[in-house]
Design a protein. Structure first.
Length: 277
């Protein structure tokens, strides 16, 4: 019970800080994504270090932050997207730098460095893009409330799955990977996420009810998969949590695992919608 109270208090503070940074303005949102990228990367490199890999943490973090900054410039100052080609320079340096390190497992080191960009930086950049929508005469408008809605759906599903699992959990969802997750917990989280998604258009009318129901479905399916995938990575090297920065929760990656796996699919949904509907 003590862990439940600790988890709840930490969660409330964490959610309040995140939502504040998202809603205050585009500059605080930029800071939010940069902090998240750096924080998540260092937790990720802590995990891979246990696998006897020495990834290029500084170069990977620099590349991720540069990616986020470039996306911010493109979204806010109408800069040509060709600017993203500059990312090839630091990405190439990951390979070149490995030539001069003279340490074991160069292939593994490079692979983990590149994986950190795909697994962490790319979803954060896509989430950053979801905070902007094209309106009117192809004008890009800052609409952080859409990202807030996605976060709230994700956290609602995660939290209610946890509570439902404690109260009713009996049948294991994927015992080989995550022994504590249950079908009852996932069903409870699903019910709350779908209900919230159905009514979300009343609170955030920039998207339709259908949009929010589809997003809630994506949050449920890929949130579960994202959580299981991170558990698989941690269990492969006998780690319980990605870190200890959030009391009662583990590390930041333990809280963002489902989010960063869901965001690309939400982004794809909007791309398909804009192209064909």
């Amino acid at each position: 019970m003590k862990n439940f109270y600790t988890r709840t208090l930490t969660g409330l503070v964490f959610v309040s800080v995140c939502l504040s940074m998202i809603l205050i303005g585009k500059w605080t949102l930029l800071a939010f994504f940069i902090i998240a990228d750096v924080w998540l990367k260092f937790e990720f490199f802590r995990i891979v270090k246990s696998d006897n890999a020495k990834a290029l943490s500084f170069t990977s973090v620099f590349t991720g932050v540069l990616f986020i900054l470039m996306n911010f410039v493109v979204l806010n100052y109408n800069v040509n997207t060709k600017i993203f080609a500059l990312l090839l320079i630091p990405v190439s340096l990951i390979f070149v730098e490995e030539l001069f390190r003279n340490i074991e497992n160069p292939l593994r080191n490079v692979a983990y460095s590149i994986l950190s960009l795909i697994y962490i930086s790319l979803p954060l950049v896509l989430a950053q893009s979801l905070s902007y929508r094209v309106v009117g005469n192809n004008q890009i408008q800052f609409l952080p409330q859409i990202l807030v809605g996605i976060f709230v759906l994700n956290w609602t599903f995660d939290s209610m799955s946890y509570v439902s699992g404690i109260l009713f959990g009996k049948h294991k969802l994927f015992e080989r990977i995550s022994p504590k997750k249950t079908w009852e917990g996932s069903i409870g989280g699903t019910i709350f996420a779908v209900l919230l998604g159905y009514f979300m258009s009343y609170f955030i009318p920039e998207l339709s009810r259908l949009d929010w129901v589809v997003i809630s479905a994506l949050v449920i399916v890929f949130g579960i998969l994202g959580d299981l995938i991170e558990s698989l990575l941690k269990r492969s090297i006998s780690l319980k949590d990605s870190g200890h920065s959030l009391p009662g929760h583990g590390g930041l990656l333990d809280r963002f695992d489902s989010f960063i796996f869901t965001i690309p699919w939400v982004f794809v949904y909007f791309v398909i919608k804009d192209l064909f509907f």
